[in-house]
Design a protein around this ligand. Sequence first.
Ligand code: ASP
Ligand code: MG
Length: 416
Amino acid sequence: MKVYKFGGASVKDAENVKNVGEVLRTVGYADCLLIASAMGKTTNALEVVVDNYFQYPFDLDKSVDLVKAYHLAILNDLFPGNHDVYQALEEQFESLTSFLAHNKSPNYNFVYDQIVSYGELLSTVILHHYLQLCGIGNTWIDARNLIKTDLTYRDANVQWDLTCAAITQTIDKKELYITQGFIGSDYNGFSTTLGREGSDYSAAIFAYALNAESVTIWKDVPGVLNADPRYFEETTLLEQISYQEAIELAFYGASVIHPKTLQPLRQKEIPLYVKSFINPTLGGTSVSKGAHLKPAIPCFIVKKNQLLISLSSKDFSFIMEQNISDIFKLFGEYNIKVNVIQNSAISFSVCVEDKFNHFEELRQKLNAHYRVSYNENVSLYTIRHFDEASADRILTDKTLLLKQVNRETMQMVMKE
Ligand code: ASP
Ligand code: MG
């Protein structure tokens, strides 16, 4: 069995939904499980519904109507007016509005999952009917009956035994199935979600349970590139990488494939393909065990908006284990992510990301014990498999503030 994942961008409008049919016809769909995300930016739109529910009840109906109008416009482009899909969509919205009317729970994360999970339910209901309409027979499955999780709403942990048992009992490998990414359910049957962008992870969970032959993530790019096209003019498709390399790239900040997604695949050595839904016959990227990076070229990862902090002791004493451990504890407490560390006799430098704007508070604390200097708004460039040319390529018209090199990886903090 093969697992195919179609993300939000691949089903964002009627044209793209039609294209899913095209892709399936082109590459074949016997013995496949399709996982889909919510259409386009629906998850964000449903997050607005959640916020209105709690804070701006007067705007609640309007935000639900927006989500509905968006899906209805897609339906109007795909189906004749009397098609069953309209009723199916109506039922999803009735179920959502009934939740909004009757819910008593004040738990934000719980409510979030009950609401936001409709994005994937809506998209898969539409895909199911559309594919049927084009003669691609398929069975729609509610992933919440199969992906069983704990009660950690918005970042639920999979209960693997229950999940694998449910999946293998339900899925008879000889058919085309369609189900939702991102969502599952708790012991009481309430919806849970696996964290934003969690649909890839769902694909990996299903693949793991089914011992699938492969997972394919269909994207609007040709595959995994060696650099982010937003920051680099020249990029090259990585035809082949290992799980290990993909995990390394993700660790340094590449938005390739989340390690959480890779882990179950790596355990069962299920290959992962990242391919273009625009040109589905092209090879794309294959991620598998021990694969040599092909082509063997440097890979660039950029993290913007970093903070470079240097601490030195006020009395010129060395910064040693105890200090470092105290400093790290503080970074943890203030939710500041440390990306690079460099230590010398009396100074200790870290490149960090202050997503939640806690640095000012932290700085006050650090000031009591250390001399603190810092550069704001710097960029962290990481090059995997660097060579001289690749380092030079990055250094042009930037000021190097800190550099760290090990066998495979060069990191440079720079002011642009
Ligand atoms: N729809 C969810 C999100 O936008 C899950 C996903 O797309 O993977 O985060
Ligand atoms: Mg998405």
